[in-house]
Design a protein around this ligand. Structure first.
Ligand SMILES: [Zn+2]
Length: 143
């Protein structure tokens, strides 16, 4: 049985590396991943580096990055509704968790996957996590 962590526990688990010590992004991701099961959080921090280019340049030497997946968010993520932030972060974590591929990969066609199918699969995974974690959209964002 999977379980869900608090944002504080996830923040500690991350230790600053997966977000390159970007505290603002680390806080945001810790909050979003509280709606994903523990194994998803572990998988994300083991395999991903999250980037939000807020302050300009960042150097990630390949000795640190290795074969990690890079997840990039736009600066505007900080101004989005909480609901959109959570769904977007979980969506990218789902791509990582499900072992998806990117159109940018030269041999994308070899994986015999359809881009739209991957997107649908990721969104369906997000829906399942949100439901299992008992997520409810923040009151002030309900329309
Ligand atoms: Zn996607």
């Amino acid at each position: 049985m999977s379980y869900f962590l608090t944002p504080e526990a996830i923040f500690e688990m991350e230790n600053g590396f997966a977000t390159g010590n970007n505290e603002k992004l680390r806080t945001l991701i810790s909050h979003a991943l509280t709606y994903a099961p523990l194994e998803v959080v572990e998988h994300a921090f083991e395999n991903c580096t999250f980037i939000c280019l807020e302050k300009g340049g960042a150097f990630f030497p390949n000795s640190l990055i290795g074969a990690r997946n890079i997840i990039v968010f736009p600066n505007s993520i900080y101004t989005w509704s909480t609901d959109r932030q959570i769904r977007t972060i979980l969506h990218e974590a789902a791509h990582n968790f499900l072992g998806h591929h990117s159109l940018a990969e030269p041999d994308f066609d070899m994986y015999l996957l359809d881009y739209d199918d991957q997107e649908a699969q990721a969104w369906s995974q997000v829906k399942s996590w949100l439901s299992r974690s008992g997520y409810t959209k923040p009151e002030k964002e309900r329309s």
